[in-house]
Write a protein that binds this ligand. Structure first.
Ligand SMILES: C=C(O[C@@H]1C=C(C(=O)O)C=C[C@H]1O)C(=O)O
Length: 111
């Protein structure tokens, strides 16, 4: 095998792996978009019924569940927890915005 063949093989393998990474990133974006659609509806429901934006007990159950899922998937549970906390913090921010002005249309939907 020449050096050129070797380089070509490495480039092909890198491209193949990056193609999969791009597909996975696209799936993550779509899944997050669906999750935020649901959480926006939860935010509206909470605002309409004077419920607080955050639910720490629900969060604790989700974190425990996600840590277990991460462990069985061989993903670092601490990373899974950090990621979920990051997402939840954003959701709570949305819920606070909705509670402050429940009649405002969602700015991402051009309404
Ligand atoms: C979506 C909710 O609101 C908040 C956001 C959560 C989430 O993003 O999973 C979980 C609990 C709440 O702090 C909810 O109460 O279900």
């Amino acid at each position: 095998m020449t050096t050129r063949d070797f380089d070509t093989d490495i480039r092909a393998e890198l491209d193949r792996l990056r193609g999969s990474i791009d597909n996975i990133d696209a799936a993550v974006v779509h899944m997050l978009a669906e999750r935020f659609k649901c959480t926006q509806q939860v935010g509206l429901l909470k605002a309409q019924h004077q419920l607080p934006p955050a639910d720490p007990e629900r969060e604790a159950r989700q974190i425990e569940r996600l840590r277990q899922l991460a462990e069985s998937a061989k993903l670092d549970p601490a990373f899974a927890e950090k990621l979920l906390n990051f997402i939840i913090a954003e959701v709570i921010r949305h819920h606070e915005t909705i509670a402050a002005n429940p009649d405002a249309p969602d700015p991402r939907h051009g309404g």
